[in-house]
Ligand binder design. Sequence first.
Ligand code: 4AD
Ligand code: MG
Length: 435
Amino acid sequence: MKYHRVGEIKKDEFLGKDIKIRGWVYRIRKQKDKAFLIIRDDRGGIIQCVLPSTIVPDITIESSLEIQGTLFKDERAKDGGYEIRGNDIKIHSIASNDFPIGEYQSTELLLDYRHLALRTRKMIGVGKIRATILEKVRNWFIENDWIEVNVPTLVKSAVEGGSTLFPVKYFKEEAFLSQSAQLYLEALIFSLGPVWTVSPSFRAEKSRTLRHLAEYLHLEAEAPWISLDDLFSIQEKLLVNLIGHVIKERKEELGFLNRDIPSLTEIKEPFDKLSYTEAIETLSSMDIQIQDDEGTRKIKWGDDLNIDSEKALTKDRTNPVFVYGYPLEVKPFYVKEDPETPGLALTTDLLLPNGFGEVSSGGMREDNITLLKSRIEKEGLKMNSYSWYLDLRKYGSVPHGGFGIGIERLVRWITNLEDIKECVLFPRTMARLDP
Ligand code: 4AD
Ligand code: MG
């Protein structure tokens, strides 16, 4: 007899049918003549099984087993009103009786035992929502004629500034873990056209925040012959499409995580666009403070937007907003200067609503070799580390641009989970390398 997953059999057409499931004991209650076992299968499906106590041996939470029986409807049964009345049980392995994950556990303990906490409904939901996002991202890019590529994560030079680089010993040289695939994607647009990748990016983030990881999954896209306006509309379309699919296919998981779905449904293109200068005016009128070497002071033109600024700019919004036209100085060496407004960069960050903040950064890239060289020099970077990158401007340079979206940031917003560590299966932070 074939095994079924719980998700497939919770349907009236299976009522009265003989079925066999396998999984793990999620909850257990034994009475004199009946034993009630709630079983979780390997897709997180949960169902109550009622068996005669005489055939149920002493078992513990998380023991693995299989049960054969008949499907019945019982309104008292949790999770859909179906239950299996079992007539046979086979134990695969009795779990040690000290399973550390219970109902009331500290966040730290859940992180220490993440390899086991992955069996909780929260983490099962996160795992499935991540999978759906990645599946729909790939579909969207295929449908819109972008080519998927893969590039190295062991690299020789910085993309996003030296302070968050992870050094690694690479034979006799020093190498780094990649912060972004962008420079490689830029090389690929000359022969593959619009390209995209999902790859791990690494940042040696020394601060503990609810939105930074040391290793995260980075969705990056790059295309030739495009403009900043194109970058707005590509990201709007991609995001609206993704949200639509996740709402439709992961309703149950979002519901379990208490995500307010109507506010996701409201997201519509076009998103608002706010210039950096307007953003700073708004923030100074709100008296937003920033930290610098001299201490805390009021935010002013020329400062990068910090978490507080992003919160303030988005807390009353229900739709995402692009902030464009940052000062060149707060952005990396590769950004293109706006020929019409020198000093400003043709870049844009996408901020998500309700106080969430940045989910993507992108923009046009400096395609003029002389200007690019002077930016590399100004930033104090080693010119010879970028010689191949400079070649891209030497041999048929074209206007081009792209963007990078943090997958865990997106998951965090879609699920409304507070801590980004809950949005990845095995988080990496300064304090956590294991499991
Ligand atoms: O803003 P970032 O640093 O931009 C880049 O890396 C560009 N080279 C991307 C590109 O144009 N191809 O990173 C892009 C996004 C951020 O907006 C954020 O969503 C996410 O990556 N991100 C992080 N996510 C989790 N933990 C971190 N430490 C992150 N740093 C950036
Ligand atoms: Mg950024």
